[in-house]
Design a protein. Structure first.
Length: 478
């Protein structure tokens, strides 16, 4: 229909051509152009086909819009009374009955990592003193685990910490960190820069360990322009999206699949041996790690994220040479090293930070929490080396939160760190380590149900088994 053995050139004004196609022109064309008849017929044919109300001869074809036959009315939500409820009189009283507390727990409390069915079976703790906790019936508990390895200073509140918090609350209880600078923020950053090894000179303070690791992952990706994060099979890094994806224990399944997170083997395994000595275990594990780095592609890996001492998964101590080797591999392949010291930081294993146990090891990004405030108030920490701090002088960090760098929380941290530094806490932890090692060794030798134990500083763990030699404490199993 449109083919022709030859094209005859005709002189057509641009304005006339557009008028023929139904296109309005604002001004007359300043010159005519030579257009072939084939081109004009093709254009006219398209103009006949392309009409908002359908093709010229066939109005049911090529219409821009045809009202749908079905009803597109939006659904109507059922009416529900969404007015504010009435506060009951019990909230005006200082004391509640045991029955009222139990009812509130049953009807309104939701648990976290486990199901909520056992919430009324938990002891109701009403006070603490020293290393002891007391429930509502007066029963005394020795807190062997410092709760979630976080109440490092025990439960007798230091008066200096209390007064520092009260003073900050009275003077300025909040300032948004992107709009105002506070003295306590400057003080805490400076104190940590002075006492933290290496050139870890830049600090920011999220609300806890999970947020700290979330920020560390973001910083690593922003700094390197790469996306993959490598982390250990046996690890826990927090409950928010990124850290949970980096986690290696059962809890990672709660977060669903996330791209960009790669698991590596720990050098300490439970089902097979990586070597008869620390040297062999380190070489084997580092060889596997380098193989993985090469397979993934070093130019795709932003960081390797490890717990300096594996915490919730069993207090695993890396073999001598392993962490030093990871640091060397990171340097070789231009990968950042993030060390998670949420549990083991702030003198938990002896020195201020656990990476001080390993010659030459300084992370590029350091995270911590828990012992930073002894859990008197919630606060986490991200520390970065000078090269990363310098990078973000002219580049946006790309992470923040309303309650990050909160002045009241930082006042608590500043006083806790100052006091523990002045108290030479490392010496006290060394004394505790002697007791831990001696007593754990005694438990292993005395009881067949204790397969083995691990300890460093005031950080320890027991592997318990039943009479058939099967583990009693596999994470994620009831």
């Amino acid at each position: 229909m449109f083919s022709t053995p030859c094209s005859k050139a005709v002189q057509v004004s641009r304005s006339r051509l557009l008028r023929r196609r139904g296109v309005a022109t604002k001004q007359r064309a300043t010159s005519d152009v030579h257009i072939s008849e084939t081109a004009t017929r093709t254009w006219d044919h398209y103009a006949n086909l392309s009409h908002t109300d359908g093709a010229r001869q066939y109005k049911s074809v090529n219409r821009r819009y045809l009202p749908p036959m079905q009803n597109l009315d939006l659904p109507t939500a059922p009416l529900v009374d969404n007015s504010m409820g009435k506060m009951s009189d019990k909230h005006l009283r200082d004391e509640w009955t045991d029955e009222e507390i139990a009812a509130a727990v049953r009807d309104n409390v939701v648990m976290t990592w486990s199901n909520s069915a056992n919430r009324n079976d938990l002891p109701r703790i009403v006070r603490g003193e020293g290393v002891y906790l007391y429930d509502s019936s007066g029963k005394e508990y020795m807190d062997f685990t410092s709760q979630a390895v976080c109440t490092n200073m025990g439960y007798t509140l230091d008066e200096g910490v209390k007064q520092a918090v009260i003073k900050q609350m009275e003077n300025l209880f909040y300032a948004y960190p992107g709009m105002a600078m506070t003295e306590v923020r400057a003080r805490l950053c400076n104190l940590l820069a002075e006492i933290t090894p290496g050139d870890i000179n830049g600090f920011l303070f999220p609300l806890g360990g999970s947020e700290a690791n979330e920020g560390a992952i973001r910083i690593a990706r922003r700094y390197t322009g790469k996306s993959k994060i490598m982390s250990a099979m046996r690890s826990y890094h927090g409950g928010t999206a990124g850290p949970l994806a980096a986690t290696g224990d059962f809890r990672t399944r709660f977060g669903g699949e996330q791209p960009g997170f790669i698991k590596i083997f720990n050098p300490h395994t439970l089902r097979f041996s990586t070597g008869a000595s620390d040297e062999v275990a380190s070489l084997q594990s580092l060889g596997m790690l380098e193989e993985q780095i090469l397979c993934e592609g070093p130019d795709t890996i932003a960081a390797i994220l490890l717990e300096t001492i594996v915490g919730a998964n069993g207090v695993f101590l890396h073999p001598v040479g392993y962490l030093e080797g990871v640091r060397a591999l990171c340097d070789k392949y231009n990968i950042l090293l993030i060390l998670d010291e949420v549990m083991c930081g702030f003198w938990r294993t002896g020195p201020l930070f656990a990476f001080q146990h390993f010659p030459g090891v300084v992370p590029d990004i350091l995270t911590s929490a828990k012992g930073l405030t002894s859990s008197i108030l919630p606060l986490g920490m991200i520390g970065v080396r000078q090269k990363i701090k310098d990078h973000f002088e002219s580049n946006a960090l790309g992470w923040g939160a309303t309650y990050a760098n909160h002045p009241v929380l930082m006042a608590c941290a500043y006083e806790v760190v100052r006091k523990n530094y002045q108290a030479c806490l490392q010496k006290r932890v060394s004394e505790i380590e002697d007791v831990m090692l001696r007593e754990i060794d005694l438990l292993v030798r005395r009881h067949r149900s204790v397969l083995q134990g691990r300890a460093i500083g005031a950080f320890g763990c027991l592997d318990l088994i039943n009479k058939d030699g099967q583990s009693l404490n596999i994470l994620g199993e009831a």
